[in-house]
Design a protein around this ligand. Structure first.
Ligand code: DUC
Ligand code: ZN
Ligand code: ZN
Ligand code: ZN
Length: 457
């Protein structure tokens, strides 16, 4: 007995067509017209568009940061993801100083165990590049982990220097591991922040003013230069602004192995949102900070022309009532991060596809197919074709919805997109052929999500 998703319009990165989807043992086994046979289980998808489940390659669940912990755990964060049509995410596992990468991975496996409702993998952030830690990089692919992350900001906590970056890029290249870089110049930012506080500039808006675009561009260019010298593959996370984009574009034109993502929020908000009345602006504090209208336009162009090949969330949720308030009198103490795992696909569909920036096919490429290919999940996730996992979202492209924290599913108490009206919602979601969302209702089996052993890059 097969599962047949019948009568829908299948949408892939390359096109759309009417087809039934046959699923056996969690895998797609056929696409075609009238596939149902007697005894099959049928899901009626007529009038719906059948998209690959979204893949969000940049999330921070249950992550200790800035004196607190992100408020979504593996259950609440993944339920929110699934409700928004996302079926796979890659989360950042952070090395503790003086400890091993293996220990960090064990900790994160423990957090996910028994909680997951969608599939997930890990990047591991190297924060303390001890010789034995560098030696561990070669063994990461055997643990299913084929990406590392380096922070060039967050001095004295997460930041690594250029020696560490060069060595990590080299080891990662040799191991078939992709190096991700948070590109901001943390040394300069540290000085600018201290000077602002000394002047009594403590409000949320100074977060953006002390992290100027030039410092993102500088770090982006520096990481590219080191990667290029080594011939190492490099992925720039959460690219936010025009000068950083220019560095990536030039490098790609030279044939460097550089890819980059941006995140949903950078299309919708600007640094002016940090200057909302009272302490409200703290909800928009993330790093890199929100930029200008002109940067938004440049990002839309860049996801259209391929300079940016992925849109992720950097979902890093902190509650406004109890966590963002840590920085009430000092913006440098506001936990950095914004929520968005549930809203990503619906707001990008609304503003990106309906707004005329890209096609539905390009939307699939940016949010599922390219992320899978970039992170060692090619042939398994992110497309609708025989052999792939049956991670599918049935979208009703006409269904209206007003976004509000009140009906969102994560643990965070606000939405950046509060009150935004969209048309187009995922209504039924499958992970490996198992129903996770049915007609907008959650059917979770806690622990059914699986850890993904990713291929070498
Ligand atoms: N930026 C954020 O806003 N949150 C998590 C980490 C980061 O780099
Ligand atoms: Zn259509
Ligand atoms: Zn980052
Ligand atoms: Zn992040």
């Amino acid at each position: 007995m097969s599962l047949i998703i019948s009568g829908g319009t299948v949408v892939t990165a390359d096109g759309r067509f009417q087809a039934d989807v046959r699923v056996d043992g969690g895998k797609i086994t056929a696409l075609g017209l009238d596939l149902a046979q007697s005894g099959d289980e049928i899901t009626d998808a007529s009038g719906k568009h059948v998209l690959p489940g979204g893949i969000d390659v940049h999330t921070h669940l249950s992550m200790p940061s800035m004196g607190t912990v992100t408020c979504d755990d593996y259950y609440t964060g993944q339920v929110a993801a699934a409700m928004g049509g996302t079926t796979t995410h890659l989360d950042f596992c952070i090395q503790s100083k003086g400890s091993s990468l293996r220990a960090a991975l064990d900790t994160w496996h423990g957090r996910a165990k028994g909680q997951a409702v969608i599939d997930y993998g890990f990047h591991v952030a190297v924060t303390d590049p001890l010789p034995e830690v560098l030696d561990e990089i070669a063994g990461l692919p055997d643990q299913g982990v084929t990406s590392i992350k380096l922070f060039l900001a967050y001095k004295d906590t997460l930041q690594v220097d250029d020696t560490a970056m060069f060595r990590c890029l080299e080891r990662a290249r040799d191991a078939g591991v992709l190096t991700l870089v948070h590109a901001e110049n943390g040394d300069a930012i540290e000085i600018l922040m201290a000077e602002a506080i000394a002047r009594g500039e403590t409000a949320p808006k100074y977060h953006a003013l002390t992290r100027p675009p030039e410092l993102e561009a500088e770090a982006t260019g520096r990481a590219i230069a080191l990667a290029e010298v080594l011939g190492a593959p490099l992925y720039i996370v959460h690219l936010s602004c025009r000068p950083a984009l220019a560095r990536v574009r030039e490098a790609q034109a030279r044939g460097a192995r550089v890819t980059a993502e941006t995140c949903t929020q950078y299309f919708f908000f600007t640094k002016d949102d940090l200057d909302r009345p009272g302490f409200e602006g703290a909800k928009w504090v993330c790093s890199p900070p929100l930029r200008e209208k002109e940067d938004q336009a440049a990002l839309w162009a860049a996801v259209g022309d391929g300079t940016l090949s992925v849109i992720s969330t950097d979902h890093c949720p902190f509650r406004f009532d109890t966590q963002k308030t840590l920085g009430k009198d000092n913006f440098t103490l506001i936990p950095n991060g914004v929520p968005g795992i549930e809203e990503r696909l619906v707001v990008l569909h609304q503003a990106g596809v309906r707004g005329g920036h890209f096609s539905l096919e390009r939307f699939v490429a940016l949010t599922a197919t390219n992320p899978a290919r970039s992170f060692g999940l090619g042939g398994v996730k992110g497309a609708i074709a025989p052999g792939y996992d049956a991670d599918l979202a049935l979208w009703d492209l006409e269904r209206p919805h007003t976004i509000t924290a009140k009906t969102n599913h994560g643990a965070v108490d606000y939405s950046l997109y509060e009150g935004m009206e969209v048309r187009g919602m995922p209504v039924t979601v499958f992970v490996r052929g198992q129903t996770v969302i049915n007609q907008g209702r959650l059917i979770t089996e806690r622990g059914s999500g699986q850890f993904l052993h990713r291929q070498r890059i």
